[in-house]
Design a protein around this ligand. Sequence first.
Ligand code: NAD
Ligand code: GLY
Length: 355
Amino acid sequence: MQTIHLDLKGKDVVSDVLCGEGVFEREFPRLVARYPQSFILTDSNVKRLYGDKIAALAQGAPEYVMPAGEENKQPSTLIEILRAMAKAGMHRGGCLFAVGGGVVGDVGGLAAALYMRGISCVQVPTTLLAQVDSSVGGKTAVDLDDVKNVVGAFKQPGTVLADPMFFATLPPREIRCGLGEIVKHGALNARLFDELWENREHLTRPEFLARIVPENIRHKADVVQKDEQETGLRKSLNLGHTTAHALELCDKRLSHGEYVLIGLIFEAEIAKTRVSCDGEYLERLEELALTALGEKPRGLPVAAAAPYARLDKKNKTNDQVVITAPVRQGEYALLSLPYADYERELSDIFASMGF
Ligand code: NAD
Ligand code: GLY
């Protein structure tokens, strides 16, 4: 087992991320017993796959099962969870355990932040994306109709249990989704990039994923420790995301992580023509992203997607688009380009690359 500490100095907040095979079975009952009251939140898929195991370890703690899927990451679900917590008689000393992917983690984290103005929270991420990204760093949110993550709070979990056992049941698309954020971390961390490049032939092997997850968590924890509220360095974690979010908002065929891989490729191409960068390295990074993506998707709705990039939170004005672009191994740059250029280059680059 590896333990990664996330220490927000000055705030007196420490999260422990415990990673490794067997962590769920060993640590979950210990944590449930530590709190005077525990409340389990999971989703319908995780319940179907792991419900018996969770029940066996949860020592009779009350449970709420939300319907699976991003479309349920809404205020109405949050209210239902809060209602179930109140009905279960939860007090301030209690703890919410969010057992699921990024959706359960984000809604559950927000419920823990709001209930009685804040109770403890333990995250048990069950998808690859949730282990390497969403369960670490304390961002919680629900969507509001079509606007993603617009109602939220920072709520650092006391403990995160990241057990690769859960990957055994993940469909290939969910593995690719997690790889999107892993390759993104590789674009920000030189050592991680070398490791991914050397293992590019077997990125999806379970042993490789189990090994690479703690390194990803370490990278993210390090960034969050330095900039929890995303005033500077944490913006690096947005690499590839301006274009990913724009595509995702008007085309639901692919997963978030797959759009991140596509966004990363496009934003690397933008960097090549605009700033001093290492072209050879960017070629390798793009190859890595294409390998993780598997098949190249055709017919991306680039013309419809471009205007959505105007909504990106990094932009300062409506006519400039800011992207976090990879430039050299382990280095990124925030690039601001006129919207008209972004729109033109989005269609030119994707057409020339055969997307
Ligand atoms: P998800 O939670 O919807 O999970 C994907 C699917 O996999 C769901 O159908 C789920 O039921 C199922 N599932 C979960 N665990 C499984 C398992 N072990 N085996 C089989 N199926 C399983 O999606 P996700 O990709 O985990 O997370 C995406 C969400 O995370 C988005 O809402 C995104 O906004 C959020 N996110 C948050 C942050 C953050 O910092 N808070 C960062 C990145 C993404
Ligand atoms: N997923 C980006 C962040 O947590 O900042």
